[in-house]
Write a protein that binds this ligand. Structure first.
Ligand SMILES: [Zn+2]
Length: 143
């Protein structure tokens, strides 16, 4: 029997999440010093889940994927992007200059996925980023 994933939330933030462990008090506190791998490790973990989603919907390494969002930035404008159908393509498209946090939600054994971004201009969160197959025309645009 395979265990089915009902839903999962994975967060990625580009501010440092390194912790220092204090053996005497048995507590971990935010580190003054960044060991440098905190973002890379979180991103790699999230990328695996995104790949699982792309595989579940048959778009892993497809030519392109379409990202839609109905509210981006302080003006909360709608937008979309056509990017390479990989975790890197998606994560690079959602990255912005400055601090941000991405909150990804996966459901129904990775067949469903959406994401919200929190940043200086999106203090209460962007709209939902959704992912779908790009049409042939859109795929040509991205080439
Ligand atoms: Zn760090």
């Amino acid at each position: 029997m395979t265990l089915e994933l009902v839903s999962a939330e994975i967060e990625l933030t580009n501010s440092c999440t390194c912790e220092t462990y204090d053996e005497e008090t048995d507590t971990a506190t935010h580190s003054e010093y960044c060991y440098g791998d905190c973002f890379t490790e979180q991103r790699a973990y999230l990328a695996e889940a995104i790949d699982a989603h792309l595989a579940a919907i048959g778009l892993l390494d497809a030519d392109a994927i379409r990202i839609d969002c109905d509210a981006i930035g302080w003006q909360r404008r709608a937008g979309y992007a056509i990017v390479e159908s990989t975790a890197d393509g998606i994560l690079d498209a959602l990255a912005i200059n400055g601090d941000y946090t991405l909150n990804f939600w996966f459901g129904d054994n990775y067949t469903r996925c959406h994401a919200t971004r929190y940043s200086h201009d999106e203090p209460t969160g962007s709209g939902l980023f959704t992912f779908s197959a790009a049409s042939t025309d859109e795929t040509e645009l991205s080439a």
